[in-house]
Design a protein around this ligand. Structure first.
Ligand SMILES: [Zn+2]
Length: 277
């Protein structure tokens, strides 16, 4: 219903942008051996678990990064261009997350139901966000998660065309239903039960206060007490596909040859940036 104004106002803008973005697969390849256009729902490497956070960046993401750092854990963030916040407002979050070893993936530009869009609009949802990634980091992801986990063959074919690995989930905390001090334990219990059932890719959202305030800390304590290792989805998928970890963690991303921007390695610690070398 609200698609009509979206299509008429945004599509001409998208069309002009997409002509500036190379979409040929040849320009999008990485050294990765992980198949494109197929959904990955679990880590098969024993003892690993992948925490993933969708819908950011948002005001709470820095706090989440602090908590992950306390546990020496890495995670994967599936980011939007425009959702609760705008990606252009948070370049420091993207740069900090990469500097601290986390993986950044795409969750589309504006989080639509992709099955309501035609092929060109699906591609634009990805390439618009790629342009912002390139502006902020100099490269863009090769992993994505479909909004609402709502996918079909046409969407997966479009992702294969663009060279994206598609990540699902095998533990869904449904944290958006429990964003309350008195309810968030329900998401933690769901996490524990689905972990017991063999789940290993965990879906939650850094846009919800009690996820960042309570759930993440509890999940990380549980992960530690079970002797599991928190990894990025690319980290574990690459091990799964090749038998070894990628040496260069940028294997999960692609350089855009038209925009070679170098980002100095740095980390955000104790309220300020620390630059390496
Ligand atoms: Zn989402």
């Amino acid at each position: 219903m609200h698609l009509l104004p979206f299509l008429t106002t945004v599509l001409p803008f998208m069309a002009s942008l997409s002509s500036a973005t190379p979409v040929e697969l040849a320009t999008r390849q990485t050294t990765s051996k992980v198949a494109v256009g197929a959904v990955i729902n679990s880590c098969v490497v024993p003892g690993t678990i992948a925490l993933t956070f969708d819908d950011g960046p948002w005001d709470y993401t820095h706090t989440l990064l602090d908590t992950l750092a306390e546990y020496n854990a890495v995670a994967t963030f599936f980011l939007n261009g425009i959702n609760k916040g705008s990606i252009t407002s948070y370049p420091d979050i993207l740069q900090r997350a990469v500097a601290e070893g986390h993986q950044l993936g795409s969750h589309t530009w504006s989080h639509p139901y992709l099955e309501t869009l035609d092929h060109a609009a699906i591609l634009s949802q990805m390439t618009l966000l790629e342009d912002e990634f390139v502006q902020i980091l100099g490269y863009f992801p090769s992993y994505m998660r479909v909004p609402y986990l709502s996918s079909n063959d046409a969407i997966l074919a479009a992702m294969a065309e663009l060279g994206y690995r598609v990540i699902g989930a095998s533990i869904d905390t449904k944290d958006y239903e429990n964003d309350d001090a008195g309810l968030i334990w329900k998401s933690f219990e769901k996490f524990r039960l689905e972990l017991d059932a063999g789940g290993s890719i965990v879906l939650s959202h850094d846009t919800h206060f009690y996820t960042v305030e309570t759930l993440v800390d509890n999940m990380l304590q549980e992960i530690r007490s079970r002797g599991l290792k928190a990894v990025t989805v690319a980290g574990v998928s690459e091990i799964q596909a090749t038998g070894t970890a990628l040496r260069d963690r940028r294997g999960w991303s692609r350089l855009n040859e038209e925009h070679k921007v170098r980002v100095a390695p740095r980390s955000f610690k104790h309220g300020k940036w620390v630059f390496y070398n």
